[in-house]
Design a protein around this ligand. Sequence first.
Ligand code: GTP
Ligand code: SPV
Ligand code: MN
Length: 579
Amino acid sequence: MTVTRTAEKWVDQAADLTRPSRVVWCDGSKAEYDGLIEDMLRDGTLLPLNSRTYPNCYLHRSHPSDVARTEQLTFICTRERDAAGPTNNWMAPAEAKDKAGAWFRGSMRDRTMYVIPYLMGPAGSSMSRVGLMVTDSAYVVASMHLMTRVGQVAIQHMRSEDDFVGGLHSLGDLSPDRRLILHFPEEKLIWSIGSGYGGNALLGKKCHALRIGSSQAREEGWLAEHMLILGVEDPGGEVTYLAAAMPSASGKTNLSMVISHLPGWRVWTVGDDIAWMHVDATGQLRAINPERGFFGVAPNTSPKTNPNATTMVRSNTIFTNVALTPTHEPWWEGLTPEAPPGLTDWLGEPWKPGTPAAHPNSRFTVSVEQCPSVAPNWEDPAGVPISGLIFGSRRTRTIPLVFEAFDWDHGVFLGSAMSTETTAAITGKVGVVRQDPMAMLPFCGYNMADYFAHWLATGRKIAKPPRLFRVNWFRRDDAGRFLWPGYSENVRILKWMVERIRGTGQAVESPIGYLPAAGALDVSGLDMPRGALDEALRVDAGEWREALDGLEGFYGQFGDRLPRTIVAQLAETRRRFAS
Ligand code: GTP
Ligand code: SPV
Ligand code: MN
């Protein structure tokens, strides 16, 4: 493999610091993947699964204290603290390198350092970007094989000597006390030590494609978002593409591969977690999926909730922290109504009822091609044209099932105002309501006030801006039951959005935006308790006033940096509730 001098030098420096016994350049080949799997089966990093029912599938058990992203240990290291903004953890670059450097020094002694050139985005796309990652974890290498495009294809995409995001990763000793996930957007550099898990360690994903990516996107005039991408095909065969931002473990993978029960309607999957979006020369917003695999939440994935996912993980999949049946099949809560007898839990112990069998943030890693609903054009170098954007979150109260923004600026305000209940995808308490603008709170690599301004400015560049929608599948009744059945029924919401985009969908105006008019949502054949739909769509003025008051404090931390448009939108919304 021939790489640039700068790339070679960067790898040499990484090796000087970490002192591996061996350096291996990865080519992304099947032989390489098979070799890694063999090594990991030998040393116990992977356990084989039932080769008859789950061919080429494996189970990885991570360190029990290393099972989710650790936001408190994640930092944006810009020269100026203000560049990172009040919502990010900040550390001065020199201090960060001093601190983590001490842990990296000699951390790969007696280990292999794998060098992974990877491409984020389809081959041949001007929107794709290159990363060069080193790691001492074979699990990370195999996962990068599934999640990104590894090898020569990446090197071919470098536009200049130093056109890559460098990623230095080591497992270290896996202690949370010596764990740091550091981002240096000014150097296009990532340092991650002490974790082998998901978004902490697969550096192409959240670290590169979102944190460094969002910062690069702002400089270069595009958007890097925590969004799925899907195509909705109508009975006439026309496909409308939408992208949707939802916080971690809040429904992106599920929505991206929904199987529709509405006759003639069909959903095509382009991506399930990240969208890179550019405005093309004609003023059209276009999106690519920078990834080529899914790192999806296992719990509650079942033939009922997500049949496509259940099918795609039946082969060539790496499972992490799921439970194991006596016949070596993976199992997690919700896969079947009853737990099968004789389960081994995610820690490798006999399962005790009342404790989690699979970890709540257990995952599957599988390539996009395995998805039965993958869009035929999912790797189109030009991306797909986006006609609508969705902001969704997990809220027990307040937020209606679906409504549409009045216009782009109002939609950006709705995205910036988004709050959600925390999930098991991050270490910490589950179910705590927090602000999570555009589902990017943990992923925006720069000051979020500037991020809102960038969104507003991007709208001005688009000839016909996409419609912006807000959704909430998670509103509950007083007894704690979900008001909306969700999952495959969400296609009914997508249908209304497509109709709104086409100008045929009916809506009524409310203080928060356009709500579906009575009868406008297709609920044919849907057996919902009486009044549940009305309740799901209800705008509660009292709850909203309270929420708008709460926003004041959140926005306040940005000071004068917060765009006036956002301030004005908040005032307008209050005024509409007052009148
Ligand atoms: P990340 O990979 O962490 O970014 O998550 P994600 O946004 O892709 O979430 P995913 O689709 O994996 O869903 C996470 C959890 O949300 C699943 O375990 C489901 O139980 C639940 N979920 C998804 N869609 C729905 C829905 O429509 N209704 C309800 N009630 N729950 C849902
Ligand atoms: C998320 O937490 O949003 C994920 C999983 O998609 S991770 O890759 O760990 O970030
Ligand atoms: Mn995610």
